[in-house]
Design a protein around this ligand. Structure first.
Ligand code: HXC
Length: 516
């Protein structure tokens, strides 16, 4: 071959690689309602930014007829691209090649791009659509998975890891996405489970469909395995691009700051009448979030799971923050087992990646009951407490209304290193609600009274007047200031700037032992 022929040969090989497992299988993929691995990368990264690595890799197996099926890429496309100009490392499993199944060399490719991500400090985005371990390769493929799991773990807290599940993801293969920071699933085409419906039927005699067992809705609402559900793949990759805009590229970096051209020090007079006068009436905390953060910047995480707590990213004055807020609309905003886990995981992500935290608090306490106690609300509630205690990023709390009992301590109180703790004048910082408190401490007087209802009402009023306020906490410096609700946004912008470079440290250790 002369030089020109060699160049033409290279082009021909690349063109062959672009066809993955061939046009027929690409058509089948489309018929399944799914995009191809390459189409997905195009949607994810900036136009023309993708640089593919290892396109010429082929498997080296000779068993079960595999030697006849050697495709370029070996079933996974790996490389780098940019999102809004920032480098990301990507792998995209190609179902058109042997069902996207994972072989020895396929795993090596994923490991290589993950190693690169660690060296250059870039997020890893994994697009998962695979039949699992390449059955013909046996244990070699299992070893490949373990090599990836190890890298997922070592990368955790160093570079953000994001998984899109856009096809099957079953068996031990689920544990790679499970270790990553965020999982996206797409309605109707994604499923994740450790054992599929047939095995479930054999072992537990349950009849369950793929979708019920491990579809997008199941993992968003019931199991909490996934954080984001999308209607289609286009929305999924747009949404991942959006997530990346809020987070830094690695743990030594800070999130990008966006120029915000809206008002920065505006008062929000409507907030002075935002809370209902009746303390037992719910209101929508999301409405409050939308009002105080930069317009349209709130990006909710884990939206459909444990809705009594809200977590998500937003910008305030152009800067990324993570928000953890009680939601009085659901179970009165109580903390429970699932909401504690949800909150804790989010707090730890923000802390690992230098994203300041804002806590909006209206919490009547932990959820009582045998169900919660027996399933370990003590152990799981402790996770949220632990996460706030260990977090050293800038942390601000605003108590809008209830801050009762242990939940007061947990929700980024001053005592667990809240940097700035503010309260609205409507805040009630107390051991418990006024009625419960009056019934206990004034039991004898109430029992002795002729009109018990009137006596209780009086005692509730007395307790409310004295204790259901922010002033006792403020007297002791547990609250730094009591602010008018209308000033919340402007104070937050100011305070986040003030504490931007705050330094807090934890004692040197191998790692803590968070109650798991
Ligand atoms: C090799 C595989 C494969 C696999 C699919 N294919 N999975 N080849 N190893 N694991 C091939 C099929 O033979 C087929 O080849 C092509 O991919 C497309 O598969 P279809 O079955 O036609 O597609 P579909 O009907 O959409 O079904 C998809 C599927 C099914 C549900 C994923 O293929 C399936 O059940 N596959 C096996 C899943 C499995 O048991 N994997 C091992 C799990 S254990 P042709 O040539 O016909 O197009 C595991 C352990 C991981 O993964 C452990 C980590 C610790």
């Amino acid at each position: 071959m002369n030089n020109q022929q060699k160049i033409d040969d290279l082009k021909a090989k690349r063109a062959e690689a672009l066809l993955g497992g061939g046009q027929k299988r690409i058509d089948q993929q489309h018929k399944r309602g799914k995009l191809t691995a390459r189409e997905r990368i195009e949607l994810l990264v900036d136009k023309d930014s993708f640089e593919e690595m290892d396109v010429f890799v082929k498997h080296q197996s000779k068993d079960f007829g595999l030697e006849e099926q050697r495709f370029y890429t070996d079933g996974v496309i790996t490389g780098t691209g940019t999102i809004d100009g920032r480098t990301v490392c990507v792998f995209s499993q190609d179902f058109t090649i042997l069902g996207g199944s994972l072989s020895e060399y396929y795993a090596k490719k994923i490991c290589k791009v993950m190693d690169l991500a660690m060296k250059i400090g870039a997020p890893v985005i994994g697009i998962n659509d695979s039949g699992g371990a390449r059955i013909q390769e046996g244990v070699v493929s299992l070893g490949g998975y373990a090599d990836i799991f190890l890298r997922n773990t070592l990368s955790s807290g160093v570079v953000p890891q994001i998984s899109a599940i856009v096809g099957p993801c079953a068996g031990g293969a689920v544990y790679s996405p499970a270790i990553t920071d965020f999982i996206y699933m797409v309605d109707k085409i994604s499923y994740m489970f450790v054992t599929g419906p047939n095995v479930v039927k054999t072992v537990t005699n349950e009849d369950v469909t793929f979708d019920e067992l491990g579809g997008a809705a199941t993992h968003a609402i019931k199991s909490g395995v996934s954080q984001f559900t999308c209607e289609n793949e286009v929305e999924c990759f747009q949404s991942i691009r959006k997530l990346v805009s809020y987070i830094p590229s690695n743990n030594m970096d800070t999130a990008p700051v966006y120029e915000y051209d809206g008002p920065m020090d505006n008062e929000l007079p409507e907030l002075n009448t935002f809370l209902p006068d009746n303390v037992n009436k719910p209101y929508d905390m999301k409405e409050l979030i939308e009002k105080i953060v930069d317009e349209n910047s709130f990006y909710e995480v884990h939206k459909e799971y444990a809705e009594n707590i809200i977590v998500g990213f937003a910008r305030i004055g152009g800067r990324s923050i993570g928000i953890v807020a009680n939601q009085p609309l659901v179970l009165a905003g109580v903390l429970c087992l699932n909401s504690s886990i949800k909150g804790a995981r989010f707090v730890r992500f923000c802390d690992a990646f230098n994203i300041p935290l804002l806590v909006l608090e209206d919490v009547p306490g932990f959820l009582p009951g045998t169900d919660q106690e027996w399933r370990g609300v003590i152990r799981h509630g402790a996770k949220l407490l632990y996460a706030f205690c260990e977090a050293t990023v800038p942390k601000i709390t605003v108590i809008t209304r209830k801050a009762y009992g242990g939940a007061y301590d947990v929700m980024n109180s001053k005592h667990v290193r809240g940097d700035i703790n503010l309260a609205w004048p409507t805040a009630e910082i107390a051991v418990m609600g006024a009625k419960g408190a009056a019934e206990i401490i004034f039991k004898r007087e109430i029992d002795a009274a002729d009109d018990k209802v009137k006596a209780l009402d009086e005692k509730v009023a007395e307790y409310t007047e004295k204790f259901a306020t922010p002033y006792l906490a403020a007297e002791r410096g547990f609250i730094d200031d009591i602010i008018e609700p209308k000033d919340t946004r402007k104070k937050l912008i100011k305070y986040f700037k003030i504490i931007e470079n705050k330094v807090d440290t934890n004692p040197k250790k191998k790692h803590g032992n968070i109650p798991l």
